[in-house]
Design a protein around this ligand. Structure first.
Ligand code: ADP
Ligand code: MG
Length: 742
């Protein structure tokens, strides 16, 4: 399956948006971000630092300033990646940055303005144009899925019930890597269809307003496009290549205090920050190269991006910045993240002939339907020729086959028509025949009617089969067929020129960066001096340079420390928030849930290492453990009902004066017990949900609960034995302790 197995680093590009109107009106401070497009450098000015402090410089694969066009970014940094996906590689583009810096603008842009369309619409256009221009022996199947990670749950944005159902589960397979189970996937035949899929998902996306961005995305969104391409290989067999493209629009990495959020929004922010810090940890671990453990499992986001970061994928990260001075800290953090991500090495390879290729299934089904259809048609044709008295011979030539197929279809239709006419005529002749008895006539007419019915049924079945066949076939896109834009040669040339220019710019930048590095290294070279004066001058220059470098490094160390302290404070704040919530839930558990119920629930807890979370075992009741109905108390005096007692005291002869047999009393008692247990069970279910939510909500759960075996009570005698034993689970009898660091 693997080909081209070589490693390549994650491409990191940085984009800075223009100052917003609100920021401009805040003061004349101007932007703090400067960009050198030629060198691919970002120069960041600290608005709080004295002018003597050196500015911070970061170098990336490409940088785009506030005047950059969507098209420039696409042609230069995204187009090569989409080309790789079309060739069968996995590809990921993700936008990372503070809220309101242009992640969604970069990924989606303004759909109605062709100049301002973002990466996603441009990628749609690119993919379908490529398919229409490819050779006619290629067959494509394009599928799209759309999901979001909201409050650490994966939601299928194409499922109309996604808000009501439980989050989807992540699974891992050696073939496809990490994938989402039961995710809706729509086959798309055109740009219009895939855009519609995107629109449906966008409407379902969780969006909430914060102070920093009115339409802030409150979730991480992932649009997944799978392009399967089948092409005959040199061995004559059809080979399938599968390229998967992840288009990721992350939620913002805002500071909670700055966004002015509270309540649910604060909870969202906490989750977003947590998953982003998990992403940061993964990036750090990968960039470091020395750490043996990469914490992919710390969040759903990092698990989903597992292949894109350090795995089988080509990845482009677009780090977005805002130029406003008040966001200096966040801008610096984003740049540091991006700078670290440059060091991540991926091992992309072409996915060839994977077992789960849907295209193969489609091809098989189409071939089956076609064979079925041909069989039917040829049978009709044969019959017609028998009627006509012609001999029928089948020609095996492929090219002629299609022409012949049409001919056969026509002939089959003709045969049906002729047969109908013939039967009609026969019917008429039978009706007019005066020598036949009425009974015989009826019989013959009946036979003909039956034949006509069969004929129609066969015809209907063939039509249904044809419709199914055509529907299946239409889902496969064939290269060279949709050649509307082939006519527009000029546009094609223009695109190629643009691509060439983009490639040239990229290479030029790379060379400039190389030269810069070599320049710096040249300082180290031994120099020869003609006079002492010259040596002093050269060494002073060198000293100055090194001193400036030292200052930069010192400032860097201070910054990193500050950042560390800041992020620790933030995490502490989040932890406090979560601990408070946890305490609140404990309070509910301690005060409203009977201890034996709590223990029963705790006994059912088990740790699922695949899912990396705590789950409940199902209650399985063996038949021997079934509760027995209480035996009736033999010998007791039969009690009478309250009503009967009252009626008796009143002296009326009441038909209600029935002394219930003890058996019945026992029955009622049993029902009461049952009712009570049912109520308890409902309470238990509610509690289960509550505890479950609390566990899922806090990834850092710290449970130290009493796990002594549950007390036996009269009503729950049998249940004590019914709880599964948990010797192997991490929840042994001493108590549960789940703690996680993030
Ligand atoms: P994010 O997704 O990062 O929270 P948005 O993409 O929603 O931010 O952008 C916030 C605002 O900034 C939007 O109104 C958007 O139109 C504008 N914007 C972002 N980037 C640019 C850009 N490069 N050029 C012009 N406007 C931009
Ligand atoms: Mg956004």
């Amino acid at each position: 399956m693997s080909k081209n197995k070589s490693s390549e680093s994650v491409k990191v590009v940085v984009r800075c948006r223009p100052l917003s109107r609100k920021e401009e009106s805040n003061g004349p401070a101007g932007g703090i971000v400067q960009m050198d497009l030629r060198l691919g450098q970002v120069i960041l000015r600290n608005p709080r630092a004295p002018p003597s402090e050196p500015q911070k410089t970061f170098t990336f694969d490409a940088v785009y300033d506030s005047s950059s066009k969507q098209r420039d970014l696409y042609d230069e940094s995204v187009r090569p990646l989409i080309d790789s996906v079309l060739a069968g590689f996995n590809g990921t583009i993700f936008a990372y940055g503070q809220t309101g810096t242009g992640k969604t603008y970069t990924m989606q842009g303004l759909w109605l303005d062709p100049e301002k369309q973002g990466v996603i619409p441009n990628a749609f256009d690119h993919i379908f144009t490529h398919i229409s221009r490819s050779q006619s022996d290629k067959q494509y199947l394009v599928r799209a899925s759309y999901l979001e990670i909201y409050l650490e749950e994966i939601r299928d944005l194409l499922d109309p019930n996604h808000g009501n159902t439980r989050g989807l589960e992540l699974r891992e397979s050696p073939e496809t890597g990490v994938y989402v189970q039961d995710l809706t996937s729509c086959v798309c035949k055109s740009i219009k269809e895939i855009e519609e899929v995107m629109n449906v998902g966008n409407q379902a996306r969780a969006v909430g307003a914060t102070d920093m961005n009115e339409h802030s995305s409150r979730s991480h969104a992932l649009f997944l496009i799978t392009v399967e391409c089948s092409q005959p290989g040199p061995d004559g067999r059809k080979h399938i290549r599968v390229g998967r493209l992840n288009l990721v629009d992350l939620a913002g990495s805002e500071r909670q205090a700055k966004t002015g959020v509270q309540g649910d929004r604060l909870k969202e922010a906490a989750k977003i920050n947590l998953s982003l810090s998990a992403l940061g940890n993964v990036i750090s671990a990968l960039a470091d190269g020395r750490s043996s453990h990469v914490p992919y499992r710390d969040s759903k986001l990092t698990r989903l991006l597992q292949d894109s970061l350090g795995g089988n994928a080509k990845t482009v990260m677009v780090a977005t910045l805002g130029p406003a001075p008040q966001h200096y800290d966040e801008t610096l953090t984003t740049l540091r993240y991006a700078n670290r991500a440059k060091n991540i090495q991926n091992q992309p390879r072409v996915n060839e002939d994977p077992k789960d290729a849907l295209l193969r299934e489609f091809q098989k089904e189409i071939a089956r339907l076609r064979a079925q259809l041909n069989h039917r048609r040829f049978r009709s044709k044969q019959k017609k020729e028998q009627v006509d008295g012609e001999a029928w011979e089948r020609d095996g030539d492929e090219e002629e086959e299609e022409v012949e197929e049409e001919e056969v279809e026509k002939e089959a239709e003709e045969f049906v028509k002729l047969e109908e006419q013939r039967l009609e005529k026969e019917n008429e002749a039978i009706r007019e025949d005066q020598f036949l008895l009425a009974e015989e006539k009826q019989k013959l007419l009946g036979e003909n009617e039956k034949m006509m019915g069969d004929l129609r049924k066969r015809q209907e079945a063939t039509e249904q089969l044809t419709a199914r066949y055509k529907a299946m076939e239409s889902k496969l896109l064939v290269g060279g067929k949709n050649i509307i834009d082939h006519t527009n040669e000029q546009q094609k040339m223009l695109e190629m020129k643009r691509q060439e220019i983009a490639e040239q710019t990229r290479r030029e930048r790379e060379m400039q960066q190389q030269m810069l590095i070599q320049d710096e290294e040249a300082v180290e070279l031994r120099e020869t001096f003609t006079s002492l004066q010259q040596e002093v001058e050269a060494k002073t220059k060198k000293l100055k340079k090194l001193y400036a470098k030292l200052q930069c490094t010192k400032a860097e160390i201070k910054d990193v420390n500050d950042e560390h302290v800041r992020s620790r404070q933030e995490l502490e704040q989040t932890q406090n928030e979560l601990t408070r919530e946890l305490k609140f839930k404990y309070l509910i558990i301690e005060n409203f849930i009977p201890p034996e119920e709590k223990n029963k629930i705790m006994n059912r807890l088990m740790f699922d290492p695949d899912e990396d979370e705590w789950k409940f075992k199902n209650i399985t009741r063996k038949s021997s453990q079934m509760k027995k109905r209480p035996a009736s108390a033999v010998g007791y005096k039969r009690p009478i009902s309250q009503y009967a007692r009252v009626a008796l005291s009143m002296g009326t002869r009441s038909r209600y004066r029935v002394e219930l047999p003890i058996k019945n009393i026992a029955c009622i008692t049993w029902n009461l017990i049952y009712l009570k247990s049912a109520v308890k069970y409902v309470i238990q279910l509610c509690n289960l949900a509550l505890v479950h939510i609390s566990m899922k909500a806090e990834n850092i759960m710290l449970l130290e609960l009493d796990m002594t075996p549950p007390n036996t009570s009269a009503l729950t005698d049998g249940e004590q034995n019914q709880s599964p034993t948990l010797n192997n689970s991490p929840t042994n009898n001493k108590g549960i302790c789940k703690s996680r660091s993030w």
